[in-house]
Design a protein around this ligand. Structure first.
Ligand code: SF4
Ligand code: SF4
Length: 107
């Protein structure tokens, strides 16, 4: 692999870690959430809390004390995983407005 190539090597000769790659990305949060839950009353009874367990950006958090899900949409990497894994098809998902959201920087 060469420098500048996706998955490549920087000048130091060391491959970048996933965390270093994510840190290089830029996020422009929208004013309103592009993620939501259509029926929050289903979440307390959801055994797996798949959205919490699978989101790579820890966008979803479950609070036992409050008995509810919180969504930190600013973290979202727009991978789409959460809308696929929710067993109740309970997640509303759209892309952020044009120019907002995650901006990936490769290399
Ligand atoms: S996976 Fe779906 S039903 Fe379960 S906690 Fe997440 S949004 Fe709620
Ligand atoms: S789209 Fe991906 S990064 Fe965004 S909230 Fe869903 S699982 Fe997390």
């Amino acid at each position: 692999m060469t420098r500048g190539e996706p998955g490549g090597i920087r000048g130091s000769g060391k491959p970048l870690t996933v965390e270093e790659r994510l840190y290089a990305d830029e996020t422009r949060p929208d004013a309103v959430s592009h993620l939501g839950v259509s029926d929050p009353s289903r979440c307390p009874g959801c055994a797996g809390k798949e959205c919490v367990r699978t989101c790579p950006a820890e966008t979803y958090r479950w609070s036992d004390e409050e008995g509810r899900l919180t969504i930190r949409f600013e973290n979202c990497l727009e991978c789409g995983t959460c809308r696929l894994v929710c067993p109740h098809a309970n997640i509303t998902w759209r892309y952020p407005m044009g120019g907002m959201g995650i901006c990936y920087r490769y290399g």
